[in-house]
Design a protein around this ligand. Structure first.
Ligand SMILES: [Zn+2]
Length: 319
């Protein structure tokens, strides 16, 4: 009998589900808009049933369902703590979905799921310990140590975005309420924001004539390549901050790899050089020589593949 896992990546806008082979190949996937009401669990159940039907597999060939969700997971109660999706608040989502679908449900934080995906089949394959950071609106992260996700006693480990990189009086204010968190400097959105703030202060740039609300990291990197001084300064700062993060993680954990994902890594040649320059200035010799700094490989599928991988691991452990 063939075995399959269903991976689900639950986002604020869309939920995606896929039938995944035990070797991590996505055989079929489908996406639906995420509903805002509490019947979100029915919607997830329908999507799981649809992908199973579309791939024409039998229910008893499915060994489990892995779901990646934004927010820290309460693994004891099978729910999401302080969810970014308020419609999940207080829902015993694992229990509900196990009842609806009849499958074993494995819930995981989405950043952890993506990290596990890269560990299983992406840039982190063939290693036992890694740190991953996803650069987007904020900075999400995950840590794998000795082949296991590091979750922490309250399941909140891996919040790389809130590592402090600036304790100065003028440190930037983070959404978490603290000042100086790296995500207020080096996420894609923060990079754009720092650039626009300088324009608003009157700095000149080749992007000065653009609508400030429309300036993205793509534009800033193009200006960087033209030698635009504000763009160079802004991107250099992003790279420098990420280099500080890498050196701190290398000194703390001595991992084999540090992996970056997110659209901003499309400019990996530029970004990686800046990161590595700062990293080399700060890191201790032995962990610095060991740790490779790499770009993620699975792109948008990391979360779905990783959620499925976590469910497969749970299934294999239970056998
Ligand atoms: Zn913060």
């Amino acid at each position: 009998m063939s075995k399959y896992i269903i991976g689900v990546d639950l986002g604020g806008t869309n939920m995606r589900a896929g039938v995944v082979s035990v070797t991590g190949k996505i055989l079929f996937k489908k996406s639906l808009p995420t509903v805002s009401s509490a019947d979100i669990s029915d919607r997830i159940g329908d999507l799981i049933a649809e992908v199973i039907l579309a791939q024409n597999i039998k229910n008893d060939e499915v060994v489990g369902v892995g779901i990646g969700v934004p927010g820290p997971i309460d693994h004891k109660n099978g729910s999401v703590l302080s969810p970014n999706l308020p419609q999940l608040s207080g829902l015993p989502i694992v229990e509900i979905l196990e009842r609806i679908t009849g499958f074993s449900i494995n819930l995981e934080n989405d950043a952890n799921a993506a990290t596990y995906g890269e560990f299983w089949l992406g840039a982190g394959r063939d290693c036992r310990s890694l740190v991953m950071a996803t650069l987007g609106t904020g900075i999400g992260g995950g840590i794998i140590f000795n082949g296991e996700l590091v979750r922490g006693i309250d399941w909140t480990a891996g919040e790389l975005g809130h590592v402090n990189v600036d304790s100065g009086a003028g440190a930037r204010l983070c959404g978490c309420g603290a000042r100086g968190c790296i995500e207020t400097y080096a996420s894609a959105i923060s990079t754009e924001r720092r650039f626009v703030e300088e324009l608003e202060r009157g700095r000149e740039s080749e992007l000065s004539s653009m609508d400030k609300n429309k300036i993205t990291c793509v534009d800033i990197f193009e200006a960087y390549k033209d030698g635009d001084s504000l763009a160079v300064e802004t991107i250099n700062e992003t790279g420098r901050m990420l280099g500080i993060l890498c050196s701190s993680m290398a000194n703390l954990l001595n991992p084999e790899k540090f992996i970056f994902s997110g659209g901003i890594t499309n400019e990996w040649d530029i970004l990686s050089k800046l990161i590595i320059d700062e990293f080399n200035k700060r890191v201790l010799t032995i962990p610095g020589q060991r740790m490779q700094i790499l770009r993620a490989e699975l792109e948008n599928d990391a979360g779905l593949i990783g959620a499925a991988g976590c469910a497969l691991k749970t299934y294999e452990t239970s056998q």
